[in-house]
Design a protein. Structure first.
Length: 485
């Protein structure tokens, strides 16, 4: 009986103590979180002694809680930690006042990632900084300021190394790898260019460490030069090995240089020749590229003009609204113009998206829309539409459906192979065939579809290359929009 009574008393005491223990555990956890918050605020660096005491007290409180010790012990450790933490914050605030210069310098070094790029210099500077903070915490301001001045010099050095490392390290490593591979034997000029750009970047950082835009550009050029030099050296070594193996190494290398230029020229529909070197083809490709750039500029200007027309119409609508108020015939007419322009652009974009680059090109021509079909297939010298063009013609039908009421002129064009008269007849026959297909197969209104053949008279590309001739063999559908509403 007595033993049962004792157990009941112990249980009752334990139940009564449980809430207090839970509260103590919560306080220990809160102290640990506060210590970590102080660390994030860099209190550990500015008040190392007091922070260390707070950290130790927090760790002790956590251990007591984990062991299930009494609430008084846990509370005592928490109280010690809170007091130490408060002291650390006070010391840190004082340091911010009297040693602000070195604290800012340390932050600059951290931003420059000095611990990563300058570990030795950072360790030395950090040690001197900690000495300064400890002297300040002990109340010896004179020695603290002396150590802070020394730390500031060391931190600036570490910061500079860090900045250089962040900007220049990749280029440095690439150049070091090139030196190790003896790249200079085969590509001395390019490797020296890399080293020169790297040195210039370093000088710029030395001159102004906080303006790294130009050093970054120089470092990027140094990286490129180092990689380029390595590539050139590899190619030179390959050629030398091929020569050693009695292979046509130099010829193979030159042909490999010509291949990409030939590919670009073919895409541009240029018939280039390398029998007199690569300067001529390079000039032709450059001139063609310049013409295409000018064409892109012209198209951009045309698009801008269209945008300005729409903006002008919108402004007119607003002026009419402000002058007359409410609805008016003039306002309605202007709004219809704006809506029509927007719908037209949307239709053209949708049609263009429906064709692949090999099938058709869609563009404005004055007030007309032109769908230039390059993908339509006819047997050589004949005007019968090949069955493989059925899918393409269905896309044409869908394109025309976007402009109900519009009339369509079908233009036939050929390349320059064959006689002028034969090409003229062939182009007319093919235009007629497309017209007949649209009317009989796709239900187009015969009264609104006409056809004409131009033969080889209106080329859009050179007839000197297969690609150019393929572009010239086309059917253009000119959609007249006037009068469609």
């Amino acid at each position: 009986m007595f033993q049962s009574f004792v157990l009941l008393v112990v249980a009752a005491v334990s139940l009564a103590a449980a809430p207090a223990l839970a509260a103590a555990n919560t306080d220990a956890a809160a102290l640990a979180a506060a210590v970590e918050k102080a660390r994030a605020d860099q209190i550990d660096a500015l008040a190392p002694k007091a922070f260390a005491a707070a950290l130790q007290a927090s760790q002790n409180a956590t251990k007591e809680a984990e062991r299930g010790r009494g609430t008084e012990k846990i509370a005592a450790r928490v109280q010690e930690g809170e007091a130490a933490l408060q002291k650390a914050r006070t010391v840190a605030a004082n340091a911010q006042q009297v040693l602000s210069g070195v604290i800012k310098t340390r932050q600059d070094a951290l931003v420059a990632e000095a611990p990563k790029f300058a570990p030795e210099a950072w360790a030395k500077a950090a040690d001197r900084f900690q000495q300064a903070m400890r002297e300040n915490e002990s109340g010896d301001l004179a020695n603290a300021q002396k150590r802070a001045a020394e730390a500031e010099v060391l931190l600036r050095d570490a910061e500079l190394i860090g900045i250089k490392g962040g900007v220049l390290n990749e280029a440095r490593n690439l150049i070091a790898q090139a030196d190790a591979a003896k790249v200079e034997r085969f590509a001395p000029r390019t490797l020296q260019s890399a080293k020169r750009h790297l040195a210039e970047a370093e000088q710029e950082i030395q001159r102004n460490r906080y303006d790294v835009a130009q050093p970054r550009k120089l470092a990027a050029q140094a990286r490129y030069d180092a990689k380029h030099a390595t590539y050139l050296a590899q190619q030179a070594q390959r050629v030398m090995q091929q020569e050693k193996d009695n292979q046509a190494g130099v010829e193979a290398l030159i042909l490999s240089w010509e291949e990409p230029l030939q590919r670009i020229a073919t895409d541009m529909e240029l018939d280039v020749r390398f029998d007199e070197g690569h300067q001529g083809p390079m000039k032709e490709v450059g001139e063609q590229a310049q013409q295409q750039v000018q064409e892109v500029r012209r198209l951009k200007q045309e698009l801008q003009d269209r945008d300005e027309q729409i903006a002008s119409l919108n402004n007119q609508v607003k002026r009419v609204e402000s002058r007359l108020g409410g609805e008016s015939q003039e306002r309605i007419a202007l709004q219809r113009q704006v809506d029509a322009q927007a719908q037209l652009r949307a239709n053209i974009a949708a049609i263009e998206a429906s064709f692949t680059a090999d099938e058709a090109r869609v563009y404005r021509q004055g007030e007309d829309v032109v769908v230039s079909l390059m993908g339509i297939s006819f047997p050589s010298g004949r005007s019968t539409i090949d069955g493989s063009s059925a899918a393409l013609m269905r896309k044409v039908q869908q394109a025309l459906a976007r402009f109900p009421g519009a009339s369509v002129l079908i233009e036939g064009h050929t390349d320059a192979n064959g006689s002028d008269s034969a090409n003229l007849i062939l182009s007319q026959d093919r235009a007629d065939a497309v017209k007949q297909y649209l009317v009989s197969q796709l239900g187009a209104d015969a009264e609104k579809v006409s056809s004409i053949g131009y033969g080889e008279a209106r080329p859009v590309a050179t007839n000197e290359t297969a690609a150019g001739r393929a572009r010239n063999r086309r059917i253009d559908l000119v959609i007249h929009l006037q009068g469609t509403g």
